[in-house]
Design a protein around this ligand. Structure first.
Ligand code: NI
Length: 137
C-alpha cells in the first residue's frame, strides 16, 4: 500500500445515517474502510468498461447428463484457454454440476466466454463476478 492521505468528506446528515447503517450491516470497522471499498469498486467497473486486463470468476450450474452440453462447455473453455486460469468442478448432486471458472485477461474476452456459456441450452445458472488484477490501485 502507498502513502495514506487523510481528507475530509462533507455529507448531508440523512445520507450519512444511511451510510452508517450500511457500514454496520456490512461489518466495516470504520467509514474510511467502507469509502475505500466503494471507490475501488467504481474503478473496477471502469476497468471492465475500458476493456483493460481484469480478473474474475464465472460460475455455472448445469446437468451433466446432457452429453452435448458438457462437450460444448469444454469446447468453449478450450477456445479461451489463454484467459482461463483454473476450473473447479463440484458434483452438487446426482444431476447437477457447479463449475467455477477463474479468468484473467482482456475484459472483452471474458465477457465473451460468459455470454457463450450462459446462453447454452441446459445451463441453469450463470453469474460473472467482476474483480481486478489490482495493478492500477
Ligand atoms: Ni459434476
Amino acid at each position: 500500500m502507498g502513502k495514506v492521505i487523510r481528507f475530509g468528506v462533507s455529507m448531508e446528515e440523512k445520507l450519512l445515517k444511511v451510510f452508517d447503517r450500511f457500514i454496520e450491516k456490512e461489518g466495516y470497522k470504520n467509514r474510511s474502510e467502507a469509502i475505500r471499498d466503494i471507490i475501488r469498486k467504481e474503478f473496477v467497473d471502469e476497468e471492465w468498461e475500458k476493456g483493460s486486463t481484469v480478473a474474475g470468476g464465472i460460475m455455472i450450474v448445469y446437468d451433466h447428463h446432457g452429453r452435448e452440453l458438457v462437450q460444448k462447455i469444454m469446447d468453449i473453455q478450450h477456445d479461451f484457454h489463454e484467459v482461463i486460469i483454473s476450473t473447479q468442478h463440484v458434483h452438487m448432486d446426482h444431476h447437477n454440476c457447479l463449475e467455477i471458472i477463474v479468468v484473467k485477461g482482456r475484459a472483452d474476452a471474458i465477457r465473451k466466454i460468459y455470454n457463450l456459456l450462459k446462453s447454452l441450452k441446459g445451463v441453469k445458472y450463470a453469474s460473472l463476478s467482476r474483480a481486478t488484477t489490482g495493478r492500477n490501485f
